[in-house]
Design a protein around this ligand. Sequence first.
Ligand code: GUN
Length: 286
Amino acid sequence: MAELIDGKKISQDLKDEVKDKVASLKEHHGIDVTLAVILVGNDPASTVYVGNKKKACEYTGIISKSYELPEETSEKELLELIDDLNRDKTVDGILVQLPLPKHIDEDKIIRAISPDKDVDGFHPESVGRLSIGVRGFVSCTPAGVIELLKRSGVNLDGANAVVVGRSNIVGKPMGILLLRENATVTICHSHTKNLKEICKNADVLVVAIGQPKYIDASYVKEGATVIDVGIHRIDGTKKLCGDVDFESVEPVAGKITPVPGGVGPMTIAGLMNNCYQAAVMKHDLV
Ligand code: GUN
C-alpha cells in the first residue's frame, strides 16, 4: 500500500505560510500584496479556476483586482489593459486566465506581461531565468510538485526522475526543477520509444500527458513515488481521475498523489507564493 501524498494538507500549510508572510509585510513595512486577475469570456472551467484564485487571495490577505471582460474583447483592448497594469505601481502580479478566445494570440499576451509581474511564470524571460538558474517566477504547477516531493520526504538528489509530458507549462519546467534538485531527469513524450521501460526505471515518476488513466502498474517500479498532474472528469459521472490509473498503481508505488487532492491544490498555493515574491522583489526586500 502506497503512502498518500496529501496535496490538500500541504497546500493548506503553504497558504498559511504565505498568509503569515503577507501579514508580516504589512505589519513591518506597510506593504500590501496585490494580484490583478483577468478573465476573458465565460468558459465555465476558467470561471471556477479564477473564483478559486480569488478565494485563495482573500484567505492569504492578498488583494485581488478582478477584470472580467466579454468574449468579444479585442486583442488590442486586452494589450492596453495589460499595459495599464504593468505601469500600475499598486499591482504586484498579473494573471491572465488561459485559454483565451481564439481571436486573441496567447503568446503575444503572455509576452506583454511585465516579467516583474509574471506570477504565472509563463513569460519567456521567466522560462529563461529558470533554465539558467537565476531567480525568477516559476510556473505554479511544477513548483507545487517540487514542494509536494520535498515536504513528503522524497529524496531527489541522484534519483532517477522521469517526466511524462513536455508542455511549456508543466513538463519542461518540471524537468528543469528536478534537475535543479540534482535528480537525473528523463523527459518522455508521445514519440518516446520504450516508454514503459523508461518509466519502470523511475524512482520518481511525474505524469502530465493529459490522457485519463494512461499509466498503470506495468509502468511503475516497486516503491516508486508517483505524481499525477492530470485531471479528467470520468465520462457521464461527477467523478474525477488523473493520468494515472490509481487503483492499479497504488499497490505498487511507495508514495502517490490522489486525484483530486494531490497536485491540483498546489497550483493555487504556488500562485499565492509567487504573488508574495513579486511584492518582495518590487520592494527590494530580498
Ligand atoms: N489555465 C489553466 N491553468 C492555468 C494557469 O496555471 N494559469 C493561467 N493563467 N491559466 C491557466
